[in-house]
Design a protein around this ligand. Structure first.
Ligand SMILES: [Zn+2]
Length: 84
């Protein structure tokens, strides 16, 4: 399946966070890799977005969008860090 890069997350995540989360550094729970979200592999399937680690392919987060809400699950991210 073809994937996009993490920069496509800028739109949906801007609804939750006031900073650009594509430059936030996340630590993968699977392999410990620490990278900006922009480097993640993003798979879109209709309203659902699955974000995978570019290093080990584990799922970092999922976003489920509907007309009424946006649900984000961070099951594969141990830590998120943004620079002030
Ligand atoms: Zn990983």
């Amino acid at each position: 399946m073809t994937h996009l890069d993490g920069n496509v997350l800028a739109g949906p995540l801007s609804e939750l966070f006031s900073v650009d989360m594509t430059v936030a550094v996340g630590r993968c729970a699977g392999c410990g890799d620490q990278s900006v979200l922009a480097s993640a592999m993003v798979y879109e399937s209709g309203p659902d977005i699955v974000v995978r680690c570019h290093h080990c392919d584990d799922v970092l987060m999922t976003l489920v969008q509907s007309p009424d809400d946006l649900r984000v699950e961070f099951r594969g991210i141990q830590m998120l860090r943004v620079t002030r």
